[in-house]
Design a protein around this ligand. Structure first.
Ligand SMILES: [Zn+2]
Length: 398
């Protein structure tokens, strides 16, 4: 798995950890991603405090952000199409190209479904959605067989619930994605009010049924190890919560809840991000971190040379954080900058569109690429630290 180790006694404990990982059996590792459309983090916290969301309150819940970085190529509307596409790819709209809610838009990034399905012949995935457009965005994966079971429930959350319970009872899947729509509908119809909190309570009861079905499954499948995450696709516009789509703090604020302990990318936000907009929201983890977290849990090893995920796993080792790639058009160079919060015992490696271009000391936090290839329109940079790659897509214009 790692070929860059030099024999040094200091590295032995780490070597043992990595070699045991390399031989670990991941066949019993499973993931369930429960999507709750348009649920505002602060309103969920209120519901938990009021005893209206006891099941969701059992998850390790943290703030995240949606909508990419405003003003940069990753910026995307805080709408469901782009949001779910990011959650299911680990990429922003500059890669997945789902820039709105049009059901004709097709995801252009490598999806979680595809990465999981193609990692091993016995791996299978499911997508059960209330908002049918999600399965339209991923129609190519469905047609290719990378989503083995794709269910459209046409806005009926009860259909989503019953199909999910049935799948957990008798299915044999490695990744189950579930989309529940009611919070978003309540938000559009009513705005933030008692009715919105009631929708959160209803959803909490549905999540409780899903978790009970999972507990029942574990009685007959005791070796399975499930990562369960609850997420939302976007926040809502203050103060009334009826609308969303723009770049405001309320609309960009999302959350993730895990049934497992997370790493510092999630638990310890950067308190002084270089981009301090939206009250420092960019110091938090993002929607793009969900897909790589699931891949890490399933033991699907990234190939750094061909990596194209903007996010970072929220479990396991931590790579470079706050990675930014900026093109200087006059000098024709690209500056990569990042933060390190976990020391690296290995060199940091930089890949540019499939090629290793630099190996830096484990404490480096900047790299300037003076040697940009001619006549390219875009470049993909990947920075690998602690075995964890993180990528950025850069549009190149002269
Ligand atoms: Zn909506």
């Amino acid at each position: 798995m790692n070929t860059t180790f030099k024999s040094s006694h200091a590295l032995w404990p780490l070597l043992v950890v990595f070699s045991s990982l390399a031989h670990a059996d991941f066949s019993q590792q499973k993931a369930l991603l429960i999507g709750l459309d348009g649920m505002q983090f602060e309103k969920l916290q209120d519901a938990i405090a009021d005893g209206q969301a006891t099941e969701l309150g059992k998850f390790h819940l943290y703030k995240t952000y949606a909508g990419g970085i405003a003003g940069q190529s990753s910026e995307q509307p805080t709408l469901s199409g782009p949001g779910w596409s990011t959650l299911l790819t680990g990429a922003w709209a500059d890669r997945h190209a789902v820039t709105g809610n049009d059901s004709n838009l097709r995801n252009q990034a490598v999806s979680l479904f595809k990465r999981i399905s193609q990692s091993a012949p016995m791996r299978h995935t499911v997508s059960i959605v209330s908002w049918d457009t999600i399965n339209d965005h991923f129609a190519d994966d469905i047609a290719a067989g990378d989503v083995e079971m794709a269910v459209k429930c046409a806005g009926d959350d009860q259909c989503v619930l019953s199909r999910t319970l049935e799948t957990l009872r008798s299915g044999s899947y490695d990744f189950i994605f579930v989309d529940i729509d009611q919070p978003d509908r309540a938000g559009h119809d009513l705005g933030f009010c008692t009715g919105y909190q009631d929708a959160i309570q209803t959803v909490d009861a549905q999540v409780q049924q899903i978790m009970a079905a999972l507990d029942a499954r574990l009685v007959t499948h005791p070796d399975e190890n499930w990562l369960v995450m609850v997420v939302t696709d976007h926040g809502r516009k203050s103060p009334d919560g009826r609308d969303h789509g723009g770049q405001t703090l309320g609309e960009k604020t999302t959350f993730v809840g895990l049934n497992k302990l997370a790493n510092e990318q999630l638990t310890t936000p950067i308190t002084d991000p270089d981009n301090a907009d939206f009250d420092g929201l960019y110091g938090y983890a993002s929607q793009a971190d969900i897909a790589p977290t699931i891949l890490a849990h399933l033991g699907i090893e990234p190939d750094p040379a061909h990596y194209s995920i903007d996010g970072m796993p929220l479990i396991g080792p931590v790579g470079v954080r706050q990675l930014a790639a900026n093109l200087d058009t006059s000098a024709y160079l690209i500056t990569l900058r990042w933060r390190i919060t976990t020391p690296s015992l290995q060199p940091i490696r930089i890949y540019r569109s499939g090629r290793l271009i630099a190996t830096l000391s484990g404490s480096a936090c900047e790299y300037i690429d003076h040697d940009l290839p001619k006549r390219v329109t875009a470049l993909n940079y990947t920075v690998v630290m602690n075995g964890v790659p993180v990528s950025r897509w850069v549009k190149v214009t002269r």
